[in-house]
Design a binder for this molecule. Structure first.
Ligand code: MG
Ligand code: MG
Length: 237
């Protein structure tokens, strides 16, 4: 799974190097697809449930599942790029929100809180910790900063399938939920909003936006639980 994770993480590095104002989300998707296929893997998302892209590219108030297309990325946008790579029978899954050019202080703070809450949860992962412990920590961190935690979409197990049990919510009660064991692999992925946590799915059946039109950020890593802690499988080299 580290092999799949490395290619996934590398695709996000490539996306980060390529992203600029004036390019279309389709062009950014092509960068991701070429990186994954040139490393001998398959884009996990392409064709998944009929999804037409290799990456989900979600700008500003789009929380997740943005479809790559003719939309032009602008200076000041925050752009979430969610990527998966499949190789050797296993998937990696990772997402990062990029700031394009000069973004607002509000956008920077939202991105920072979201990313920090991901690493806070990762720092807690070891055998015996429960999924409610992780969810509660992510929820508290972001709500203390004044942000919303999306409820309708959550993290998940990942392995031979892109989405496996258990669900890994970004909210919950400490001391509750599935107990982690060495050998489990989960995708932790806080989806955090500047305002209300409510989201709406657009008519295309994919694009998911904040209901109030405010910004959203999304960071994700695929994490293997080890005997002593964890390993970030989608961390780039
Ligand atoms: Mg993902
Ligand atoms: Mg995921």
């Amino acid at each position: 799974m580290r092999k799949a994770g490395l290619i996934t993480g590398g695709a996000l590095v490539a996306a980060g190097e390529a992203i600029h104002a004036g390019m279309t989300t389709k062009e950014l998707d092509t960068v991701v697809r070429k990186y994954i296929t040139s490393h001998g893997a398959k884009p996990s998302f392409l064709g998944y449930g009929g999804f037409p892209g290799s990456a989900c590219i979600s700008i500003n108030d789009v929380v997740i599942h943005g479809i790559p297309g003719p939309q032009v990325i602008k200076d000041g946008d925050i752009v979430s790029v969610d990527v998966g790579a499949y190789i050797g029978g296993f998937h990696g899954d990772s997402c990062k929100t990029f700031a394009v050019g000069e973004v607002s202080e509000e956008a920077k703070a939202l991105m920072k809180s979201t990313e920090e809450s991901l690493y806070l949860a990762i720092s807690m992962v070891k055998p015996g910790v429960r999924l409610g412990d992780l969810g509660a920590a992510i929820q508290k961190y972001n709500e203390d900063n004044g942000y919303g935690v999306v409820r309708e979409f959550v993290g998940h197990g990942v392995g031979r399938d892109l989405h496996e049990d258990p669900e890994v919510p970004n909210f919950g009660k400490a001391g509750h939920g599935v107990r982690l064991q060495a050998g489990m692999v989960i995708a932790i992925e806080p989806m955090i909003t500047e305002g209300s946590p409510k989201v709406k799915v657009m008519g295309d059946g994919w694009t998911t936006k904040t209901a109030d039109g405010k910004l959203s950020a999304h960071f994700e890593h695929t994490i293997a639980v080890t005997e002593t802690g964890c390993m970030i499988l989608t961390k780039p080299d």
